[in-house]
Ligand binder design. Structure first.
Ligand code: MGD
Ligand code: MGD
Ligand code: MO
Length: 697
């Protein structure tokens, strides 16, 4: 079966890829009948997709053809935030955007007063990070530091093993111990699950480490209900036990690591007895875990991004990433740590984004959007932000400290443009809304952060209504502003070919023609990929760096340590006296961040929920089903209480990320989260968040 591009007659099957922000980056097949997509399935030949799609993307056609799809450009007529708009022509819309951006660029504040705001609505390189970047670079706009998800862990990995390259999920069946550590695999990485089950069939025990008994923890052989933000202490204690009991791999340490002596000295400070009260796990269980790990031959640790959403998140990932080097598990397929596989991909980002075209300009951390849109002394520096161009993101729902974000979006003197599929919380504050195409309607090229296959997405149907790809929208705005640089003229297929034009060995054979024919290609790495079997760490020393000079230069402890959260009773006793519970607002199974919240079959008449431990609920007189308010000094939202033993005491869970406007009170969990930054990479501290819960009525 060979792929086709645009299907107008008969029935055709078009190869594509899921665009959403998820490690699985599935390969899809879309059936098109007389120009209309009628079926979407996972590619049965793709080793990772395995022929199935998740609960959400199974509904992708419902989303694409949803009656609320934005099909025409809109101009705001009512007050900001009220969502009153009228349709305008593309010409009018582009004229207005070009004029307003041009005016600001030429003013005394200059182009830095314009801020692009995007994240991973699509992970596609074309619709996510090509023409948009070229346009803003040529314009000289402020740059956006895209930290909202993965930066602390990414830096933690980089400083330890050298890159976001880790154990290959396809090696999992060969592992003899699996640690699902701060990952809700069945929800956020479901295509890894068949490999986990394979490992279990081959005799591996599956352990889960999470403050919440998620559906993933339910399926583990054991759930270790750790206190939030204390994972580094647990890892240090495990290494303490391994060194203490001679379970370390001396040969691996000697050949392939830097600073084993310093690490050995450091972990002496973390015996299980000291770490027990920090983590809330029994000392004997910690000791046993160290032994189990040390005695295993190839333990697979899946850490995901959940556990790095605390102040010490970078150090936590770094410390966990030391475990397989101490035990020597990197030697074998199935052994090691996986945070992400994204570093394995080496597309030609320089050609895609053309950073070289950007003049010196300021960079704004996206998690500080509230500050950036606020008053001048909020600390981001430079001229005020006078225009905001949002695409592939819904900051009014997903950014921390959303009350500050919304205050900023309400500014009458802020010109806001939103490129979207739907009238989201953010689009309600736009001056101009521009309708964007979905994955079924445009070209794209994908990497993955959970496997090592490149994916090409071919358009299956014509754009709905007047929707246009992001690339085309930026081309139009640029042209209308008189920007004539030839890189703005490249079409989407040309951009894909530019991205594939990479000299890197791992990209050899990954060509446009091959992708067009098959839909996906494994990168040029062995299967399974065992990257550090013989060292070869892409660090400055070529070794796994237990001592990192680079971290030292950043003023961070160069040796793995435990960096406590900002908001725990022991670190912030006064705050904890008022707000004693840690709120984790991790994804709801049927949502993808804030995407799919407006799809009725996935929202299922649900309301925002808050899951409490029975003891915490009882103390507050809260019964199952009661309406509660979750609050701290930053803000509040209401939810329906769920009471039981699904979370550890002291922790509450608000499955997220709700569209505020679809919640009864017009708020969501980000009313309570803060704009503070993590230890490494300036990431968010979404789950490092003390709150109180009370009956609402
Ligand atoms: N269905 C669905 N899938 C998704 C997403 C989605 O929204 N919905 N989002 C996608 C995105 S953008 C990302 S980044 C990934 C995220 O993927 P994950 O990292 O798996 O996502 P989270 O659910 O944020 O966090 C995982 C688990 O970490 C736990 N956790 C929180 N704090 C701690 C801690 O301090 N220690 C430990 N050990 N555990 C902790 C949470 O309770 C949660 O169960 O998933 C992607 N996949
Ligand atoms: N409280 C709390 N907050 C969180 C998190 C959490 O766990 N808890 N998770 C955080 C994480 S991990 C992440 S990654 C961020 C995610 O934040 P975002 O990347 O903003 O993700 P979404 O909320 O899914 O919003 C993406 C938007 O892009 C739009 N979109 C999709 N494709 C296209 C396209 O081709 N063109 C255009 N123009 N638009 C498109 C979608 O319709 C959607 O509205 O949220 C973060 N915020
Ligand atoms: Mo994310």
């Amino acid at each position: 079966m060979s792929a086709v591009t645009l299907a107008e007659s008969d029935t055709q099957v078009v190869r594509g890829g899921c665009p959403h922000d998820c490690p699985d980056a599935c390969s899809t097949r879309v059936t098109v009948e007389r120009g209309r997509a009628t079926r979407i399935t996972g590619d049965p030949d793709h080793p990772f997709t395995n022929g199935f799609l998740c609960a959400k993307v199974n509904r992708y056609l419902e989303r694409t053809y949803h009656r609320d799809r934005l099909l025409h450009p809109l101009r705001r007529v009512g007050r900001k935030g009220t969502g009153s708009f009228v349709s305008v022509s593309w010409e009018e819309a582009i004229d207005e955007v070009a004029e307003r951006l041009g005016e600001i660029a030429r003013s005394a504040d200059g182009p830095q007063a314009i801020l692009p705001y995007s994240y991973a609505g699509t992970m596609g390189l074309v619709q996510g990070a090509s023409m948009d970047r070229r346009f803003f670079h040529l314009l000289g706009a402020s740059k956006l530091d895209r930290t909202i998800c993965s930066m602390p862990g990414t830096i933690g990995m980089r400083m330890t093993v050298g890159a976001n390259i880790g154990a290959d999920g396809e090696g999992l069946p060969q592992s003899d111990l699996v640690l699902l550590w701060g990952t809700n695999t069945l929800t956020s990485n479901p295509h890894l699950w068949p490999f986990v089950l394979e490992a279990r069939k081959n005799g591996a025990r599956i352990l889960g480490i999470d403050p919440i008994r998620t559906r993933t923890m339910e399926q583990c052989d054991e759930w270790l209900a750790i206190r939030p933000g204390t994972d580094a202490a647990l890892a240090l204690a495990m290494m303490h036990v391994m060194f203490d009991e001679g379970l370390e791999d001396r040969d691996y340490l000697e050949r392939y690591t830097l600073g084993a002596d310093e690490l050995r000295t450091r972990v002496l400070e973390y015996p299980p007895e000291r770490v027990a009260p920090i983590t809330g796990l029994p000392a004997e269980r910690i000791r046993e875990l160290g032994r189990e790990y040390g005695r295993a031959r190839a333990a697979f640790i899946r850490v995901n991004y959940g556990l790095q959403r605390h102040y010490g998140g970078g150090m936590a990932v770094r410390t966990i990433a030391c475990l397989p080097a101490v035990a020597g598990h990197w030697r074998r397929a199935g052994g090691g740590v996986q945070l992400s596989t994204s570093g394995t991909f080496q597309y030609n980002n320089a050609a895609l984004q053309r950073l070289d075209l950007s003049p010196p300009t300021r960079t704004i951390n996206m998690i500080r959007l509230g500050d950036a849109l606020g008053n001048a002394d909020a600390g981001v520096g430079g001229p005020p932000v006078r225009a905001l161009v949002v695409y592939n993101s819904n900051p009014a729902a997903v950014a921390p400290d959303r009350n500050a974000v919304v205050r900023g979006l309400m500014r009458e003197d802020l010109f806001t443009v939103v490129l979207e599929h739907f009238q989201t919380d953010t689009a309600d504050y736009a001056d101009i809304v521009l309708p964007a195409t979905t994955q079924l309607e445009h070209w794209d090229l994908h990497y993955s952060y959970g496997h090592v296959y490149a994916t090409l997405n071919q358009p299956a149907i014509e754009p709905l209504g007047e929707a246009k790809p992001n690339t085309e929208i930026f081309r139009l705005i640029g042209r209308r502003m008189g920007i004539t640089h030839p890189v703005l003229a490249d079409d989407d297929v040309t951009i894909i070919k530019q991205a594939l034009d990479s000299p890197h060995e791992r990209m050899r054979g990954v060509t446009f023609d091959a992708l067009r024919e098959r839909g996906w290609m494994r990168l040029n790495v062995p299967r399974p990929f065992v990257p550090y079997a013989e060292g070869n760490f892409p660090t400055p020393s070529g070794k796994c760096e237990f001592v990192s000079a680079r971290l030292g230069e950043m003023g961070i402890d160069p040796v793995p340590t435990y960096t406590p959260p900002l908001e725990l009773p022991e670190t912030a006793p006064e705050l904890a006296a008022r707000f004693p519970l840690v709120l984790i607002s991790s994804p709801r199974h049927y949502f993808l961040n804030s995407t799919f919240v407006n799809i009725e079959s996935l929202r299922k008449n649900a309301e925002p929920e808050c899951v409490l431990h029975a003891a915490d609920a009882e103390r507050r007189g809260i019964a199952e089903g009661a309406r509660v308010v979750v609050f701290n000094a930053r803000g509040e939202f209401t939810a329906v209480a769920r009471v039981g033993d699904q979370v550890r005491e002291g922790v509450v869970w608000a499955p997220s990320i709700w569209w505020a406007k679809l919640a009864p009170d017009g708020a969501n969990a980000n009313a309570t989260t803060s704009q503070r930054e993590t230890d490494m990479g300036g990431g968010p501290v979404f789950y490092d968040n003390l709150v109180e819960v009370a009956l609402a009525d």
